[in-house]
Write a protein that binds this ligand. Structure first.
Ligand code: ATP
Ligand code: MG
Length: 260
């Protein structure tokens, strides 16, 4: 009989996932998403997004490829060059990596804003509360007094002094439509998406084809490493990043299993 993966019984208890399990990271992520749904911070649609992401991650070898590391460094440079960077958080991001979001915001002096595809006030409040429990001092998104032009009402809603006023926005798992609308507003857009063919990745100034669980801490690490770099050095890093080449490299790895 083949061995069944042990899915934890209690969604609040991560310790029930055996560390020795070969798919420990993946089980942990599923567990967090499941717990997120139970806590009212992740939508049922989020389960589908998670499944799609896992597929691409499997094909990438569940590692940060070289071009994604370069993208993460360019993203860190953009954050440090920005006047007003914002990290956009949805239900999957909040469930998977709340500590990493808070840490990245601290490392880069960025705002955190909750932004949902399926917006409900309950879920907005639950996510903001969850982020505060993980150390966020301020969470935006609840004022809802700004609009992204070109989108229908609910999906256009942002904070006037948050995403609306931002010059650099990090959108992990953004919906393609809204990613395009933010791009049209002239913002520097950094997208984390495991699918290099996703519209969100395609419209990004800096597409990072990696799992947000791995790459959020990596962006913070690059930001700390670059903290004392001059504007010229940061600009050189940004200019040296080639978005087309990064997307091509990720697609090549996925299609051929090549190391890059
Ligand atoms: P498209 O962009 O192709 O039009 P979509 O964005 O509407 O499709 P969804 O399935 O809603 O499609 O998007 C979920 C996206 O999030 C997928 O591209 C998936 O690869 C990505 N994703 C899911 N989990 C993660 C994760 N942990 N890290 C990074 N990306 C993820
Ligand atoms: Mg997409």
């Amino acid at each position: 009989m083949s061995e069944e993966p042990q899915i934890p019984v209690d969604p609040d208890d991560e310790t029930e996932i055996p560390e020795s399990h070969p798919r420990h990271e993946s089980l942990l992520a599923r567990h967090r998403i499941e717990a997120g749904v139970e806590k009212g911070i992740t939508s049922l649609q989020g389960l589908i997004a998670q499944g799609r992401g896992e597929t691409y991650d499997y094909l990438l070898g569940e590692r940060t490829i070289e071009s994604a590391d370069a993208a993460a460094r360019a993203a860190a440079a953009e954050f440090l060059l920005a006047d007003h960077p914002v990290i956009s958080v949805n239900g999957n991001v909040a469930a998977l990596s709340p500590d990493a979001v808070v840490d990245l915001a601290q490392a880069t002096d960025a705002d955190i804003e909750v932004n949902l595809f399926n917006r409900t006030e309950e879920r907005m409040a639950a996510i903001a509360e969850h982020l505060r429990e993980h150390g966020a001092s301020e969470v935006k998104g609840l004022a809802a007094d700004g609009r992204i032009p070109g989108l229908d009402h609910a999906r256009a809603t942002v904070d006037a002094d948050g995403i609306h006023a931002a010059d650099v926005v990090l959108v992990p798992l953004e919906d393609g439509d809204r990613a395009a609308a933010l791009d049209a507003m002239g913002k520097t857009e950094i997208v984390i998406d495991l699918n290099p063919l996703s519209r969100s990745a395609q419209v990004a100034d800096i597409p990072i084809v990696d799992n947000l669980v791995r790459v959020l801490p990596l962006i913070a690490e690059h930001a700390r490493d670059l903290r004392d770099a001059s504007r010229e050095e940061l600009e050189t890093i940004v200019q040296g990043f080639d978005r087309e080449a990064a997307l091509d490299a990720a697609e090549r790895v996925i299609r051929s299993g090549a190391s890059e």
